[in-house]
Design a binder for this molecule. Structure first.
Ligand code: 16G
Ligand code: ZN
Length: 533
């Protein structure tokens, strides 16, 4: 039976604000922090139930609003393998969060337990963490009340990055098994990454220091710890590390700023020398944007598509050199936002699939390859080695020194890459490994292909739910007739491509357009926006 007394007593301390409708979307719950107290309490309870349903496996809860402004916050659940919450539970999260009174909440809980056949006698374990937002501490205490109310065991992972929380969940659940993911501590994470990195770059000279824009977020203290583990193997210069300055988080800095403005954060101007490269993390360090200044100090952005191109080509080469190309097939997953030039570059080298926006879609599709590389243009992504591929790598016997070296590199990449979710710091080390092996500067990396000019605009519409898409969001099926009009417009532009989709995180519709000339991409975007409006 549900512990009704503690559930009711603690639920009373976290009443749901009237008139607000919550929704567990692509990024979990995310909104202005001041209304989230009841949501956090209920997520604590739900995490406990999910753990019981999965036989006491540890469930993760991350309190963050990523690249959103400082006054926002959010929360998402992490499943036992370190992946996003199973989508079939998203509606349960939404339903629980919207129960108006304590009675409604208890009724929703009883319904859940019954329909999902949850055995309440099972143990429940939850590990949680938060980013540096000022609202985080009080939201975590609401979460702790929820965990307590359902009688679950909680573990506080403190202030850390989203990808480290995902790592911890997987490490805890695989502890002591043959699939052990590493020690279930922050130290275990740093050791795993830094050891693999050092082996991968053992033959090169000390590199130029890399500048990291930490978005004034949790990436700053975590990168500072990473610096100690990396030592001379990778000198890092941390910028925008003002985590306690009010209003600084994600403000005119960070990966989202760089991607949307295609500019160097003003705080870095003068801090980066011509020819030097740097990168930006977002507020919870799961997105990464690279950039460099050319010799005329012009800014150039290297986004998630450029990372995918760099990394996928490198892995394909290693697989071939190791002699494993008949056993290991490498593939790439992108979304419709991937620059057309990147899709062309990649398609000439390996299979490429396009899926709907959102990490869960990309991650899931990447699991279908032996090695699946996925990156969103916005800098979120990772590489997945399938279990069968990991076995192949563990048991394969190379027959030449070249094969043996390539195999060793693949094994170390398997350790270096955080495969639970996109991880800016792990991805950054991955990029640095490839650049070192190829002896590429930012310029050479950038010239793998030339981005097609593009433009993204958002349109406020009366009801964004009217906009429904198919074919991985590339075609509108509703409103009727609109896609036809878009097609007619697109045809008139050289290299034209455009699509329209409702945002999953904001109350807007997004319009993306590409063309071979910048002015034409802008014009196409605005004309399609005109059709939508
Ligand atoms: C969320 C997604 C991100 C996606 C973005 C699109 C996760 C963890 N995050 O932040 O992958 O790119 O939404 O936002 O899935 P939009 O729907 O507003 O364009
Ligand atoms: Zn993020």
């Amino acid at each position: 039976l549900l512990p009704l007394e503690s559930l009711r007593r603690l639920a009373e301390l976290h009443p749901k604000p009237a008139t607000i409708h919550f929704q567990y979307g692509t990024a979990g719950f995310r909104t202005i922090a001041s209304v989230l107290d009841s949501v956090l309490f209920r997520v604590g309870v739900l995490a406990g139930l999910r753990s019981k349903k999965l036989d006491g496996k540890t469930i993760g809860v991350m309190v963050t609003a990523s690249h959103n402004p400082e006054q926002d916050n959010g929360v998402k659940l992490v499943d036992p393998r370190g992946e996003m919450l199973d989508t079939s539970w998203e509606i349960h999260a939404t339903a629980l969060s919207n129960a108006q009174t304590t009675d409604d909440f208890v009724r929703e809980l009883e319904k859940l337990v019954q329909t999902l056949k949850i055995d309440l006698t099972k143990p429940a374990r939850v590990v949680y963490a938060r980013d540096t937002r000022p609202s985080g501490a009080s939201l975590v205490s609401a979460l702790q009340d929820g965990i307590k109310a359902i009688g679950a065991e909680g573990r506080d992972a403190g202030v850390t990055t989203t990808p480290i929380l995902h790592y911890l969940v997987r490490a805890i659940n695989t502890k002591g098994t043959k699939d052990s993911y590493g020690d279930d501590s922050e130290e275990g994470y740093f050791l795993k990454l830094s050891n693999a990195f050092k082996k991968l770059v053992s033959t090169r000279d000390t590199p130029q220091p890399l500048t990291i824009d930490c978005a004034n977020g949790v990436g700053a203290p975590i990168a500072a710890k990473l610096v100690e583990y990396l030592g001379a193997s990778m000198p890092l210069v941390l910028e925008n590390a003002f985590v306690t300055t009010p209003g600084a988080l994600n403000n005119a800095c960070g990966a989202d700023y760089v991607k949307t403005t295609q500019k160097l954060p003003p705080s870095l101007s003068g801090r980066l020398q011509p020819g030097q490269r740097g990168c930006s993390l977002d507020g919870d360090a799961d997105r990464l944007m690279y950039f460099y200044l050319d010799e005329r100090s012009q800014f150039h952005m290297l986004d998630g598509d450029k990372i995918a191109a760099l990394v996928a080509a490198f892995i394909v080469d290693l697989v071939k050199t190791s002699g494993l190309d008949s056993q290991i097939k490498v593939g790439v997953v992108q979304t419709a936002y991937a620059n057309g030039a990147s899709t062309k570059y990649l398609s000439e080298r390996l299979p490429v699939r396009c899926v709907s926006t959102g990490v869960k879609h990309l991650h899931h599709a990447a699991e279908h390859y032996n090695i699946g590389v996925y990156f969103e243009a916005n800098g979120h992504g990772t590489v997945l080695f399938s279990p069968a591929t990991q076995d192949v790598l563990a048991t394969y016997e190379p027959s030449t020194p070249a094969q043996s070296t390539a195999l060793e590199h693949l094994r170390n990449l398997n350790q270096l890459i955080n495969q639970t979710v996109g991880d800016a710091l792990s991805d950054m080390l991955l990029v640095e490994v490839v650049l070192a092996h190829k002896a590429y500067s930012g310029i050479e990396w950038d010239s793998l292909y030339v981005d097609l000019p593009n433009r993204l605009v958002k349109v406020v519409v009366a009801d964004r739910n009217q906009f429904r898409t198919e074919d991985a969001e590339r075609q509108l099926v509703s409103p009727a007739g609109l896609q036809q009009k878009i097609n007619e417009l697109v045809q008139r532009y050289d290299g034209g491509r455009s699509f329209v989709r409702p945002s999953g995180t904001e109350d807007v519709v997004r319009v993306y357009a590409e063309a071979s000339i910048k002015a034409q991409a802008d014009e196409l975007a605005f004309r399609v926006a005109g059709l939508v409006y």
